[in-house]
Design a protein around this ligand. Structure first.
Ligand SMILES: CC(C)(COP(=O)(O)OP(=O)(O)OC[C@H]1O[C@@H](n2cnc3c(N)ncnc32)[C@H](O)[C@@H]1OP(=O)(O)O)[C@@H](O)C(=O)NCCC(=O)NCCS
Length: 171
């Protein structure tokens, strides 16, 4: 079934959200009740990995954001002397029945690819995420995300590193 999955922008007329279950109520409810409205208001953009008949195996959201310089750890402080424009991965989740097949990693790389491409047109210096808990923090840390200094679960990845990951993935 994995070979049949395709990435695309979330479209509530095409995608079946009703049965999505990643095990986290807030992320299930967001997909089912908020993403459509938030897309319409241009607060976020949603992307899904779905079967040909529209079943959602995973999704993520992207928005423009920014972080202040004083939350960047020492060593990366030279990245900028003013607030950094970022691309925020607001949510990222895989349905429980599709877990452990590399789809979380595929979603993340796809999100990075979009962010890297868009950063050529509208500057963005890093990817930002708010990890939900320690488990998701360690998921993002695997790919090089580091904690910002305001909150261990608030993480970032320089855009140059995101570009390298995308190139390494061959996507
Ligand atoms: C985190 C999540 C997206 C991973 O999805 P997945 O499809 O099972 O992940 P993958 O199969 O692509 O695994 C990729 C790597 O991450 C690791 N990983 C998977 N889930 C993990 C977790 N919860 N914590 C830490 N590492 C994890 C895997 O071991 C794998 O590592 P490997 O390449 O060294 O084997 C999924 O468990 C999920 O949706 N969780 C609930 C929502 C959530 O926490 N979202 C993230 C923050 S909002």
């Amino acid at each position: 079934m994995r070979d049949e999955l395709r990435f695309g922008p979330f479209d509530k007329s095409k995608h079946d959200r009703g049965n999505f279950d990643c095990g986290v109520d807030a992320l299930n409810d967001y997909l089912k009740t908020k993403l459509g409205q938030h897309s319409k208001k241009s607060l976020t953009r949603g992307y899904v990995l779905a079967t040909p008949d529209g079943r959602i195996a995973g999704y993520f959201t992207l928005s423009a954001s920014r972080i202040t310089v004083n939350v960047i750890p020492d060593g990366h402080g030279s990245l900028a002397k003013m607030p950094l424009p970022t691309t925020l991965i607001g949510r990222l989740a895989v349905d429980q029945s599709f877990r452990g097949q590399g789809l979380g990693a595929a979603l993340l790389v796809h999100a990075l690819k979009i962010a890297v491409e868009i950063s050529e047109t509208i500057a963005s210096a890093a990817i930002e995420v708010d990890a939900k808990d320690e488990a998701s923090r360690s998921f993002y840390a695997k790919y090089g995300f580091e904690s910002l200094t305001d909150d261990r679960l608030h993480m970032y990845l320089p855009m140059a590193t995101a570009r390298e990951l995308v190139e390494q993935s061959g996507k």
